[in-house]
Design a protein around this ligand. Structure first.
Ligand code: SAH
Ligand code: AVI
Length: 331
């Protein structure tokens, strides 16, 4: 008997990156960051192919609990989330990465009978193509991948609702407060009356647990952090010696973030040929590469209110390590 015809997956992947590649817009940004008295780099530059792989490895280390906690919530509560979200047809996932946990949500959407389309959105082209292809094959629904900077290109998100726009993994924690406020206000503006925003937030807890999560014994987080220097070497012709810096991460209980830095192990000059710039580091000087903000439910409600959003649902794991919330435009 002839097997039934296999239908080709309904798959598109659009690349909306500046001419010159994913990281070409970084030149001006890096110049500003490295010429400040307290140097800093944006965490969006971590995620070249190697950086995405290293993040995947972080999610597997014992000390890094957020991924496991978020998965536990999705496994327990996805059906409830889908219900509160009004049985959505489309899931748009910002910073989707490998979308490993997202399958749990997609399953719940499919079980509720609503799932029609999935849009993974990520700055890293390789992982987005891979995720889009796999989900299209696994679920047989329309998949529209978008390779872009989700901050710059937020208004490009596909229409067709009811939609859930999701930002999982605690990625909102990597935003500066101002950047977070304007991003959430734009999300609020984008949501139609039937749409929802699903947000994963790591919660405030004891210093020991937080600092261990960003200082794993196997050194994967350190390797992930140092990889940003390799990205600058490859993209901007910098000559950072990765052995001349070390990883540092500590809980700042005033600002409520884990402060992630690279410390220069010696006095050194770095040449960045594409920027025609020489950057001096003192011995022991630290440069911030990322913050990872942690939240409380009431704080998050206030943040939503300021952005014109209101919380429609809140779920945590049994240990209260992590929170998933569903928000809608405030009436
Ligand atoms: N959501 C996944 C991955 C989190 S890692 C999880 O929960 O495990 C953060 C992801 O966001 C990475 O895949 C990274 O490439 C992506 N990312 C970070 N900044 C971005 C930006 N400005 N625009 C688009 N994607 C971004
Ligand atoms: C992607 N983001 C939520 C991670 C975090 O926990 O802030 C990135 C990370 N940085 C170091 N470890 C993990």
């Amino acid at each position: 008997m002839t097997p039934p015809p296999r239908t080709a997956p309904d798959l598109t992947v659009d690349v909306h990156l500046p001419p010159g590649g994913p990281l070409s817009g970084m030149a001006a940004d890096v110049r500003i960051g490295l010429t400040k008295p307290f140097k800093e780099l944006s965490p969006r530059y971590f995620y070249d192919e190697r950086g995405s792989e290293l993040f995947e490895r972080i999610t597997e280390v014992e000390e890094y609990y957020p991924t496991r906690a978020e998965r536990a919530i999705l496994e327990a509560d996805s059906a409830g989330i889908v219900d509160v979200a009004g049985n959505p047809a489309t899931l748009i996932e910002l910073g989707s990465g490998s979308a490993a946990k997202t399958r749990v949500l997609l399953d719940a959407m499919r079980d509720a009978g609503g799932l029609e389309a999935y849009a993974p959105v990520d700055i890293s082209e390789e992982i987005t193509r891979d995720t889009a292809t796999k989900v299209a094959n696994e679920y047989g629904v329309k998949v529209h991948g978008l390779v872009c900077d989700f901050e710059r290109d937020l208004e490009r998100m596909p229409l067709g609702g009811p939609r859930v726009i999701a930002l999982l993994g605690g990625t909102i924690g990597n935003f500066e407060p101002q950047q977070r406020a304007s991003f959430l206000a734009r999300v609020a503006n984008l949501l139609g009356p039937e749409d929802h925003f699903l947000l994963g937030t790591d919660l405030i807890k004891d210093r020991e647990t937080l600092e261990a999560a960003y200082n794993d014994v196997a050194g994967v987080t350190a390797e992930f952090n140092l990889n940003v220097l390799a990205v600058l070497n490859a993209t901007l012709g910098a000559d950072f010696d990765l052995e001349a810096f070390e990883h540092s991460a500590f809980w700042d209980d005033e600002n409520l973030f884990v402060d992630i830095r690279l410390r220069s192990l010696r006095r050194q000059l770095i040449e960045i040929s594409e920027l025609d710039l020489t950057v001096a580091f003192e011995r022991g000087e630290e440069m911030r590469t990322e913050i990872s903000t942690k939240f409380r439910r009431d704080g998050l409600e206030g943040i939503y209110a300021e952005a014109g959003l209101e919380m429609a649902g809140w779920w945590t794991d049994p240990e209260g390590l992590y929170g998933l919330s569903l928000a809608r435009p405030a009436i």
